[in-house]
Design a binder for this molecule. Structure first.
Ligand SMILES: CC(C)[C@H](C(=O)O)[C@@H](O)C(=O)O
Ligand code: SF4
Length: 478
């Protein structure tokens, strides 16, 4: 048999009929949330159709939910309606929904893996671009639009163009203070936000093999920000360990059988990718964005680039527009940038390990008097675990707000947002204009860098800090 890449194996396992001209995939898991599903359900009704496989469909509310006391419900009328529609639609069609008061509610891309819904080799779709996160488990996972949601609801299949494959091989030891967030920001900086267009990126190499599942999820989460259709990582013992005993994971003999199948999911030795990029992280510094897309990024110990020195004129024009929005100038040292807010949260960096790393930096320090700082766990599972470990107390004593789970300040769709002109160090994945609130200015960073920024009130190089990296542990079920 011809050697195959990980992607090709999963793709071929899901083709309904390989002879069809337009490839049609069977979908193993359809995740839905309140923002993109209402139109899809309306269309389904208009077409007089029903949900084909409610057992393979799973819903949560995350984008619109308040992260403070939820007993009063949702104040915003539209947000409240969207959440209500989701709950009603799920009830009508027999779909499991972990809504805002469910004990395991959380951000869709955080709860999929932690509930064991996300497993290697599955095709997973969701009306949400960061569905790529689930690729960290060796699944083929990508975001879809409203009409595609209807198609999957009605048929459990999806027509798809076959993407090209890219191997991003990451080698070297991550230096102290550097995390997988810095690696993916650096990759996007090198490739640009369109560099991955048309590709599925498989992340390979010794650095990836050494990463925890949390670190791998952060990388795959942001593959989409490089323009890629999705990211994937071949499953290994760490993947299986993470999934063992999860709520929906296979149990007993079914678990044994599943692991045997999952072990076949890797790229064969002589398989050919359409493109390969190799990066070495031995000398990587913590990364910070200075502009309004994730590719406008540099090292914390550098300055904002001189726009005239950028590669081409379109890049120069984009950089000038970004700097004008950000209220920044070329040659300003990244470390001299003062902040108003710090946000530790989102599906990129709100898992237990992210919170441990941030808490390790916070330690006995206090949040700077000019800073408002939020920690928003990605799910109730993460929140409970963090509280059991005493992480909440570290944050609260330092002056952070400790919130209920949700997308929160990752995007201005709920009560947590930046005011016009406010500047924020954020562990999320997008720094587009207005993303965190109208006129808000976002600097994307890792959880450790965000924690340090909250303490000093400005962007700060954590490599100069006295801390240990003990916090890095792979999450296991407790
Ligand atoms: C609201 C939703 C459609 C959107 C997405 O697709 O990613 C959001 O999650 C985001 O991160 O911008
Ligand atoms: S946390 Fe942010 S990136 Fe993730 S799903 Fe929510 S809004 Fe999208």
């Amino acid at each position: 048999m011809a050697p195959k890449t990980l992607f090709e194996k999963v793709w071929e396992n899901h083709l309904i009929d390989p002879s069809m001209e337009q490839p049609l995939l069977f979908i193993d898991l359809h995740l839905i949330h309140e923002v993109t599903s209402p139109q899809a359900f309306s269309l389904l009704r208009e077409q007089g159709r029903t949900v084909r496989r409610p057992d393979l469909t799973f819903a949560t509310t995350d984008h619109n939910v308040p992260t403070t006391d939820r007993s009063e419900g949702i104040a915003d009328v539209l947000a409240k309606k969207q959440v209500q529609f989701l709950t009603e639609n799920c009830k009508e069609f027999g779909i499991d929904v972990y809504d805002l008061n469910h004990p395991d509610n959380g951000i869709v891309h955080i709860i999929g893996p932690e509930l064991g819904l996300t497993t290697p080799g599955k095709t997973i779709v969701c009306g949400d671009s960061h569905t790529s996160t689930h690729g960290a488990f060796g699944s083929l996972a990508f975001g879809i639009g409203s009409s595609e949601i209807t198609h999957v609801l009605a048929t459990q299949t999806l027509p798809q163009e076959k993407p090209k494959t890219m191997n991003v091989q990451i080698e070297g030891d991550m230096p102290r203070g550097v995390s997988s967030k810095d690696i993916i920001l650096n990759i996007i900086g090198q490739m640009g936000t369109q560099g991955g267009t048309g590709y599925i990126i498989e992340f390979t190499g010794s650095t990836v093999r050494n990463m925890s599942m949390e670190e791998r999820m952060t990388i795959c989460n942001m593959a989409i920000e490089a323009g890629a259709r999705s990211g994937m990582i071949a499953p290994d013992e760490k993947t299986f360990e993470f999934l063992k005993q999860r709520h929906f994971s296979p149990k007993g003999q079914q678990w044994e059988d599943a692991v045997k199948e999952w072990q076949k999911l890797y790229t064969d030795l002589d398989a050919v990718y359409d493109h390969t990029l190799t990066i070495n992280v031995n000398d990587l510094a913590p990364q910070v964005t200075w502009g309004t897309n994730p590719g406008q990024v540099t090292s914390i110990d550098r300055s904002i680039p001189v726009t005239e020195e950028l590669a081409d004129s379109s890049e120069q024009t984009a950089a000038e527009a970004s700097l004008s929005y950000m209220g920044l100038e070329s040659e300003t040292k990244m470390e001299d940038i003062q902040l108003d807010k710090v946000f530790i949260g989102s599906c990129t960096n709100a898992r237990i390990e992210d919170l441990r790393l941030a808490a390790g930096i916070v330690s006995d320090n206090k949040v700077d008097g000019n800073i408002e700082a939020l920690v928003v766990p990605g799910s109730y599972h993460v929140k409970r675990k963090a509280e059991k470990e005493g992480l909440d107390q570290i944050f609260i004593k330092a002056g952070f707000e400790w919130r209920e789970p949700g997308c929160s300040m990752c995007l201005g769709m709920n009560p947590d947002f930046l005011k016009d002109g406010e500047r924020c160090a954020s562990t999320s994945n997008r720094n587009f204009e207005g993303r965190q609130g109208k006129g808000g200015r976002t600097h994307l960073v890792s959880p450790m860098m965000a924690a340090a920024a909250a303490i000093t009130g400005q962007l700060t190089d954590i490599r100069e800090w006295d801390f240990t990296k003990e916090a890095v542990m792979n999450e296991t079920v407790s």
